[in-house]
Design a protein around this ligand. Sequence first.
Ligand code: URA
Length: 271
Amino acid sequence: MSTDSMSIKDILEWYIWAGVDETVGDEPLSANAPVAAKVAEPRPLPVINAPKKVSDESEERKATTELAQATINACKGAKDICAQVKTIDELRSMVEAFDGCALKLTANKTVFGGGNPQAEIMLIGEAPGADEDRMGIPFVGRSGHLLDKILQAVGFSRENVYITNVLPWRPPGNRTPTTAEVAVCLPFLKRQIELVHPKVIVLLGGSAANALLDNEDPISKLRGKWLDYSTENKDVIPVLATFHPAYLLRNAAQKAKIWSDFLRLKKKISS
Ligand code: URA
């Protein structure tokens, strides 16, 4: 049978019948070729993935270094701004104009602090949620309504407090902020504290507590006792950490603890 009259299927079947069931290269090898010639011209083993992997790794390393450098630059930019501003309104305008945090690209509004900038009590949450992002005001959603009720129960209202967040922009889908995002925005929070100069600070939830107190302790360990926060000017402000109202909405059983924390706050302010 000549190959001219054979179909490809016939040829493959013939190969299989003859025991040829594996391909070893693109070029046909003659069984009659001199052995020496075969040994003298070894075909390099096809190494397909290794070089790409090396370049993937170096690309990854380059991207990580660039991101770290961008974060360092953004932190420095934020600190430089904070060193210049003298009033809370100036700080608000500067934060609104700041482009060093990528969260701003996905947020609708910059949510700066709200309430009374002359208040004795400063409340600090984590970051705006969907409602705050829409309105540009902190704590106006479900958590905010619960917070208003708690404040009311101990005799306070929004006029008695200044409310802000660690981050002035909503993380997409309310995800937990990254360490880099917190690091870039923290100078703005610290400057707000200096400019408002409250008598006491209440940290709402673990993220705010860890960011300002610079630790990783769980909120269950931090809450319920007076701690100290030192400003850059070395003023010491008493700080009380407590559960975030959003946590309370999911865990009503913790109501008694948040209630006792706000009574502790009331006592401190009255003293
Ligand atoms: N949760 C926060 O931490 N801050 C807000 O402003 C709203 C919800």
